[in-house]
Ligand binder design. Structure first.
Ligand code: IPE
Ligand code: IPE
Ligand code: MG
Length: 233
């Protein structure tokens, strides 16, 4: 890969599993299975390249409204990778943080997710945030309610700390696969100045080279944060 400016924090909207599978005349669940495998591959490559914070959108709160059969398949995949094959998570050598409303999940899954956070708590260096039953609007509303319950006014800094991402830096770069050009309720507050990248590749086929191409595109972006470059004054 060319010499590039890396994002400190990269986030992925891992979309397109279902369509990828259906185009191959396979059930949607097969797409999710291959999608999880690709998540490990892409996250490992991010860490290998030197990106220290990775956030993945694994399940939105709205996704729970899908047909029960698909939701159950997704839950079974969680059972596989957070319990039976959880060594796959440890292989990433990252601290794992789960973001989202865990209360609405089946109890065994909730416990597994809490367990993986505890098991990886001591790992320093790499951080992987996995968004499960996550929705940005409800995250913001929850933060507002927390502020109200403390009876305090907030400023931008103290408000940020009430969000599930807490003191983490905002994502520098958000990559969405699957061809749709929208955020679908992902990190709406934190994405204020994120660079966005949309790939036509479906998530299971998003390769290491695709990731590198995306990072090269990021590296060429001029992030101005509302300011003006000197040469354009
Ligand atoms: C993304 O793939 C994974 C989840 C939302 C759980 P989709 O399941 O949305 O796949 P498409 O968009 O239908 O192809
Ligand atoms: C976003 O994808 C959520 C995840 C990738 C987990 P969706 O497939 O749910 O988004 P929409 O419905 O196309 O907006
Ligand atoms: Mg989708």
């Amino acid at each position: 890969m060319k010499k590039v400016k890396l994002p400190a924090h990269i986030a992925f909207i891992m979309d397109g599993n279902g369509r990828w599978a259906r185009r191959r005349f396979r059930p949607r669940g097969y797409g999710h299975k291959m999608g999880v495998q690709n998540m490990f591959k892409v996250c490992a490559h991010c860490f290998h390249l030197g990106i220290r914070i990775v956030t993945v959108y694994a399940l939105s709160s709205e996704n729970l409204k899908r047909p029960k059969e698909e939701v159950d398949e997704l839950f079974d995949l969680f059972r596989t990778y957070f319990s039976r094959k959880k060594e796959k998570m440890f292989e990433l050598n990252a601290k794992i943080n789960i973001l989202g409303d865990l209360t609405a999940l089946p109890e065994d899954i909730r416990q597994m997710l809490i367990g993986i956070m505890e098991d990886t708590r001591g790992i320093t260096g790499n951080l992987l945030n996995i968004c499960v039953n996550y929705g940005a609007r409800s995250e913001i509303v929850r933060a507002v309610n927390a502020a109200v319950s403390y009876g305090r006014f907030v400023d931008e800094n103290s408000f940020k700390n009430l969000l599930t991402t807490g003191g983490l830096p905002d994502p520098d770069f958000i990559v969405r696969t699957g061809g749709e050009v929208r955020l679908s309720n992902f990190l709406l507050y934190q994405a204020a100045y994120s660079e966005l990248y949309f790939s036509h590749k479906m998530w299971p086929e998003f390769s290491r080279r695709d990731l590198e191409r995306a990072i090269e595109a990021y590296s060429a972006r001029d992030r101005r944060f509302g300011n003006v470059r000197e040469e354009n004054l």
